[in-house]
Design a protein around this ligand. Structure first.
Ligand SMILES: [Ca+2]
Length: 521
């Protein structure tokens, strides 16, 4: 029988939402020699059991109304982030080539969002946005770190921030302060060692560094924050194992597991058996047909299955929130994001529309689909509201809780989203020149900073952004452009400047220089 003063040591038992967990001293009646004399020894009899339960009830009552539901375990959080996984890269999002049975199951259990966006078309800004609940434009973290400017650009990129400042109060900081064990297992890419996850509210950092991708997915990895695995071990499998280990160690809860996979970022390297499997699945005319990439998706999907099995085994599944997202659109031509236009690094939907699946046990209706536009920052307030931790009004200012959508009892008080990318993606197929964009209702306006031209699309009728309506709808252009400019002023977004050394007789960049190639295995 657990003694009442030991119950205080069980995280969450006496927790009240919005307040720190009471210290053991608050409920631990000091033991005296007199007490010891009265104590009849080990509590074996039903009478002693009833007496102990009565005492526990009295203690709970003394803690006030917030403690009445305190016996329920606090909700754990598992946030799995894929890298560069495109909108149609899962079977449950329409792929007929890639297989993702565990994520498909997660979608059957929870809510699948069809208009979820990343806050940026590349890695670091999107991750910073999720972790801070702020737009990249506000953070001044607007490109992947450190970025790669072209040789002869018309515009010079602003002096942007190449790390996640320690002053930022991250999602992990918030959960850690509320008593959560916190782990970042996987890619970080938000600055060097002074800005690693352990400086941002995470108790544990496994494999997180300033690097944008692993040199190789097969051990030896040579990642300074990851103890080396046996030769040939596969990195995605390893991260899944580390995640399982963390859950096991913190099964008493509550915990926050942030699992930002390196997959499916370059280099494209999959396990040989999976490459063989997907080579055999190729059909003529398929837009998605990269066997190595398919194998990477399957391995990542398998970690989702392993984690969910672990949660079941440990009887944690009914109070563990599971979220799956991607940090930007799929890279072309490795994959195809059709019907969306191009992919990662572009200003079009292929660059920022991503999968998002949320499973909140007991709340989300199995197999639901949500078509409301949402964005990466929203995860911050969504998670905190679900786990009943308050976020101050000055925190996560660009984040909106998705709880009304998850409960299906309301909408969002917002009909516009913004993107700000004062950089170049000259090395990416279909990549962007400096731009800003707004989506308001069904319309999306893109403004290109080199000459301030605009493009306007109606996404409801034209999801592939093939028909630029700007010349036909000047009033709509003006409305959205004014809103976009006002937003930029409000958040203090940095703009690029004219490059006095720009040579118009030369191309802005040499397309063959520093070209990134996928290793087609
Ligand atoms: Ca990425």
């Amino acid at each position: 029988m657990r003694k009442p003063w030991k119950m205080a040591g069980v995280p969450g038992v006496f927790y009240r939402p919005g307040a720190p967990a009471p210290s053991p001293s608050r409920i631990h009646r000091p033991r005296t020699r007199d007490d010891a004399a009265k104590r009849p020894g080990k509590m074996k009899t039903p009478l002693r059991l009833l007496q102990t339960l009565a005492l526990a009830t009295t203690i709970l009552a003394s803690l006030g109304p917030g403690a009445t539901h305190a016996a329920a375990p606090r909700t754990n959080v598992v946030l799995i982030l894929a890298d560069d996984l495109g909108w149609t890269d899962l079977h449950c999002y329409g792929s007929h080539y890639y297989q993702s049975p565990h994520l498909d199951q997660l979608a059957r259990d929870g809510v699948r969002f069809t208009q979820a966006y990343s806050a940026c078309t590349v890695c670091s800004p999107s991750r910073a946005a999720i972790l801070t609940g702020k737009y990249p434009g506000r953070l001044h973290i607007t490109d992947w770190i450190p970025g790669l400017p072209p040789e002869n650009p018309k515009l010079l990129v602003p002096d942007w921030t190449k790390y996640l400042p320690l002053e930022e109060f991250t999602l992990a900081d918030a959960l850690h302060a509320a008593g959560y064990a916190t782990a970042s297992i996987g890619k970080w890419h938000l600055g060097g060692e002074p800005y690693y996850p352990d400086q941002h509210g995470f108790d544990i950092n496994v494999a997180g560094t300033e690097a944008s991708n692993p040199k190789t997915y097969f051990a030896p990895y040579k990642i300074s924050t990851l103890p080396e695995g046996p030769d040939g071990e596969y990195l995605t499998d390893r991260l899944g194992l580390e995640a399982g280990r963390f859950i096991e160690q913190h099964k008493g809860g509550p915990f926050f597991l942030y699992l930002p996979h390196f997959a499916v970022h370059l280099p494209v390297q999959a396990k040989p058996a999976l490459i063989e499997k997907y080579r055999a699945r190729r059909q003529p005319g398929q837009k998605q047909n990269h066997a190595g990439y398919a194998g990477m998706i399957e391995s990542m999907d398998e970690t989702v299955g392993r984690i969910r099995r672990k949660l079941e085994e440990l009887k944690l599944a009914d109070h563990t929130l599971v979220i799956f997202a991607s940090d930007n659109g799929g890279r072309v031509p490795t994959t195809s994001n059709l019907p969306l236009r191009v992919g990662k690094g572009s200003c079009y939907e292929g660059g920022t529309r991503t999968p998002l699946i949320i499973y909140w046990p007991g709340v989300t209706r199995p197999g639901s689909v949500c078509e409301t536009p949402v964005i990466g920052m929203d995860l911050y307030r969504t998670i905190l509201e679900i786990v009943e931790v308050k976020a101050g009004a000055d925190k996560a200012v660009d984040s909106l809780s998705l709880v009304p959508l998850l409960r299906q009892d309301g909408g969002l008080k917002r009909d516009e989203l913004f993107w700000h990318y004062p950089h170049y993606q000259h090395y990416q197929l279909g990549g962007a020149a400096p731009y800003g964009a707004i989506r308001k209702g069904d319309f999306k306006l893109i403004e290109f900073f080199d000459d301030m031209r605009v493009e306007l699309y109606n996404l409801r009728d034209d999801i592939g952004e093939e028909h630029n309506l700007a010349s036909r709808m000047p009033a709509k252009v003006e409305e959205l452009r004014t809103r976009l400019h006002n937003w930029r002023n409000d958040v203090g977004a940095q703009m690029p400047s004219r490059n006095p050394a720009y040579n118009p007789s030369q191309p802005e960049h040499d397309p063959t220089a520093k070209k990134k190639k996928a290793a087609d295995k």
